[in-house]
Ligand binder design. Structure first.
Ligand SMILES: [Zn+2]
Length: 64
């Protein structure tokens, strides 16, 4: 889960609600925001993510 906030200049910030880390700031598009969220390796959510992989989540795409 991520908390998105819209800045006065129209850019976005995103914070992870599990570890409270700011994962993106002053991002211009929601698409870019989603990319930051997808790439966040959450130290608090790693176990939940491992469980999710055994159910419905597809494998994470690799960016090499
Ligand atoms: Zn996190």
């Amino acid at each position: 889960m991520y908390c998105r906030t819209l800045n006065e200049n129209g850019t976005w910030n995103a914070r992870c609600l599990h570890c409270f880390m700011t994962i993106a700031s002053a991002v211009e598009t929601e698409a870019a925001l989603e990319a930051f969220e997808a790439n966040h390796m959450c130290p608090e959510g790693i176990f939940a993510e491992l469980n999710a992989e055994n159910t419905t989540q597809p494998a994470h795409p690799q960016f090499n």
